[in-house]
Design a binder for this molecule. Sequence first.
Ligand code: SF4
Ligand code: SF4
Length: 509
Amino acid sequence: MTELKIGHDNKPDPNHGQTTRKTVAHGVERSFAKAVSPSTPESLYKKRTQVYPKAVKGTYRSLKWFIMAILLGIYYITPWIRWDRGPSAPNQAVLIDFENARLYFFFIEIWPQEIYYITGLLILSALGLFLATALFGRVWCGYACPQTIWTDLFMAVERFFEGDRNARIKLDKSPWTSKKIAKKTGKHIAWLLISMATGGAWILYFHDAPRLLTDLFIGHAPQTAYVFLALMTFFTYALAGFMREQICTYMCPWPRIQAAMIDDQALNVTYRFDRGEPRGAHKKGETWDGRGDCIGCRQCVAVCPTGIDIRDGAQLECIGCALCIDACDDIMVKIGRPKGLIAYDTDANIERRLKGQRNQFNLIRPRTILYTIAFFGVGAVMVYSLLNRSVLDMNILRDRIPNYVTLSDGSVRNGYTIKILNKATAPRELRIDAMGLDATQMSIVGLKKINGQFILSVPADETLDYKVYLAIKDVSQLSDREIFHLKLTDIKTQENTLTETMFITGNPK
Ligand code: SF4
Ligand code: SF4
């Protein structure tokens, strides 16, 4: 196997290097951006090196703008979408209603007893993330993670007020003047407004959006709304404005976990060192024979939002945003070399090319098959259970102190508290029957029989408790614990639900 040596050109950069210029090839300027994570070992404590990412244009940058617009649009607009559920339920399409213990998602309404759907959703998200990572590396981090999205947005605002990389570095080093104060103030005001809109949108998911927005302005909103608005505003401002890549590098657990998801066949943003090395400056007209395509311009480092050098190989700091691909492709066009020196590629392909073999992209592998089966398996179970979900439910709590009572006529009586859950959007009238228990006398506190039947009324989308007593005249033929069912039947629709419980007779038989 041919051994390729990777060169290093992170030379010391006395002025943070940004204004030092040198042409490396065909009018291409070398950026003196220094990777914040050089490949040489360092002290365990590291002071932050401010990163000034340069603006870049290209396919992946455009894709990222597009995805950002879609995701931010979904986030800010969703609380305003209405969904008619009838007069008994709120008409907000997506609502986490803590007050009434409900979660609404369009046609789905989740009750506290059904919290397992949230667990299922989290499992589904995790499996989707595992699958995406096994196929395309840190595609979530690079394109869809909220930290990436808001940081990208804040950087765009920063560029608007303070200019691109070199202008920002110059501004930060310059003394405080009215111009600098105006630029910085404008940027921070814009950041705060975005942060407030983010926090504001967040709390709208927990209350009726139009009403809460009005209440917020007139000071009538609940205290918790103001607290969470302030918290979300602060965290958006701090995380996207100041902490940025430090969240990904030091706080997020995902970069640590992803190593288990990625194998040498996963498509990652990769510096094709087999093509790039040995690197070095190139003069127009010089031959490309015997050298690599990397001209050491460090444009890939200058655009990197985490400030690293992709040419140092796979690194925890790399969020897979692919902006270095755009930067390098631009350089390759300028120097007349093929694009793709940095590209989505696999470690296995680099090995293959070094052996003189052709590239292969194996999307179908045991781990991707496994994740796909698990993803669609869990998804199918969730869809099935949602479609067949009962909107009438009953929980029974049997009295335990005492377990049973012997009445003056010799019959034995047990007491039960039944909780009826009417998840439908219309009120119900229900008949109750004890199934599998002979000679039962039933009484319900506060109800009288109508035409020989107890009719239990439960309003739409509500839970009601009833106290039920069952008495049996002769228990001599029964065991100590008789299992039976209480059955609720909707008089109108005949929809029913059956719940198992027990009758304690006190009979030693
Ligand atoms: S990989 Fe591309 S962008 Fe990076 S230094 Fe080499 S030529 Fe320049
Ligand atoms: S190295 Fe490239 S893909 Fe990784 S974070 Fe930097 S710019 Fe994005």
